[in-house]
Design a binder for this molecule. Structure first.
Ligand code: SF4
Length: 230
């Protein structure tokens, strides 16, 4: 069992509130994935699996010059779409999912993206995390999509102690103060992307280090690394 998976004490409600107050003061909850319409958004989130937001933004900048509606993607077809997105990982699967979801949106939802989890997760390439991003960013709902960054930060800090993303999501929904729920996943995601990185987290300049249950994790990582290199 790794050190990070050991049971650790959780933050109290007061500490949780303080942690989100601090993150809310220092992080702007702006999505880094470009989008205009809700269709753009769901396409961008499907494209973002195992790709960076920067890579996806570069691809969608060109793609959206010609693909604006479900019919545009269907007319383009899987092969040509795959060609346009081939700089991204899993591009063939992504092209198949996007054309497939556009067909369903056109047949069942008049070409619109539905604002309900149970409908979204029926679409090809759309899992719970993607659906939660669409509901949060596209529909302004207070959902908490749990990606790799949110999962890592939530478990390191002591907000939760869970092994699965879905359980982490459900615990976060219970614990995050209502006033921060709408933007909470952006705070955790951006904190994870730029400060609490998977390898060598920047604990020295971390604004929530005084609350975090794993503060100093970077030193442990470095010590283990230096011991390993002897
Ligand atoms: S103190 Fe370190 S481990 Fe804790 S949240 Fe900050 S960067 Fe992450």
């Amino acid at each position: 069992m790794s050190r990070e998976s050991k049971k650790q004490p959780l933050l109290t409600a007061k500490q949780t509130a303080e942690l989100f107050d601090i993150l809310a003061e220092s992080i702007s909850p702006t999505p880094e994935l470009n989008h205009g319409s809700k269709l753009d958004l769901i396409v961008a989130v499907v494209l973002s699996a195992q790709s960076t937001d920067k890579q996806v933004n570069k691809v969608t900048e060109e793609l959206w010059k010609t693909c604006k509606t479900c019919q545009d993607y269907i007319d383009l077809g899987e092969e040509a779409l795959a060609e346009k997105i081939k700089t991204l990982g899993l591009y063939r699967n992504k092209a198949k999912s996007i054309v497939g979801l556009c067909k369903i949106l056109l047949e069942n939802h008049h070409g619109d993206v539905p604002g309900a989890m149970e409908e979204l997760i029926k679409l090809p390439g759309v899992g719970r995390k993607t659906a939660n991003v669409v509901l949060n960013v596209g529909f302004g709902m207070p959902t908490v999509p749990v990606d790799t960054h949110v999962f890592r930060v939530a478990n390191r800090t002591g907000l939760v102690n869970e092994k699965k993303p879905e359980k982490t999501e459900l615990q976060l929904l219970k614990k995050i103060p209502k006033k921060h729920l709408q933007h909470a996943h952006h705070y955790l995601l951006l904190h994870g992307r730029y400060t609490c990185k998977a390898i060598k987290p920047s604990c020295q300049r971390c604004q929530i280090a005084q609350l975090c249950k794993k503060s100093g994790l970077n030193k442990q990582t470095q010590t283990r690394e230096s011991q390993g290199s002897r």
